[in-house]
Design a binder for this molecule. Structure first.
Ligand SMILES: Cc1cc2nc3c(=O)[nH]c(=O)nc-3n(C[C@H](O)[C@H](O)[C@H](O)COP(=O)(O)OP(=O)(O)OC[C@H]3O[C@@H](n4cnc5c(N)ncnc54)[C@H](O)[C@@H]3O)c2cc1C
Length: 100
């Protein structure tokens, strides 16, 4: 859909739940996440195999490189996942520093 059509669709859908939705609508912004270069989506989705094989590898550091983000959590698509992942990696960095 074109952006204006997406907005009209969203307002019509919202109107079904909140009758006053349309009269309070001012403007809209939409973005096709699957077309975002490199992202190709709004959040990560793991296959069963990926979760089993790639996920544990990506959670471990590679030298000084530590990866963190919602994609490296079991709360994919949520800020809480990003925070949880960050805490996990911070704990690893902390342990490493203490050993040095
Ligand atoms: C449409 C939508 C709605 C959402 N709604 C909610 C919601 O209601 N509640 C909720 O909890 N979560 C929601 N989320 C999910 C939440 O936004 C993400 O889970 C969270 O922002 C992920 O945080 P992150 O730090 O893993 O990644 P990001 O927030 O994506 O941070 C990654 C950062 O790295 C930067 N970056 C990328 N490449 C490079 C590079 N090469 N060099 C330097 N910087 C780089 C990016 O610019 C970005 O700032 C939503 C997501 C979407 C897309």
């Amino acid at each position: 859909m074109k952006p204006a059509d997406r907005a009209a669709f969203a307002v019509a859908a919202g109107q079904k739940i909140f009758p006053e939705y349309a009269e309070n609508y001012e403007s809209a912004f939409s973005f096709a996440w699957h077309l975002a270069e490199f992202n190709l989506g709004g959040w990560a989705e793991w296959s069963e195999t990926g979760r089993k094989e790639a996920y544990p590898v990506l959670c471990e550091p590679d030298g000084r490189l530590y990866l963190a983000g919602e994609h490296l959590s079991y709360l994919g698509g949520w800020q809480a996942g990003a925070i949880e992942s960050a805490w996990q990696q911070i704990a690893k960095i902390h342990a490493r520093v203490q050993q040095a």
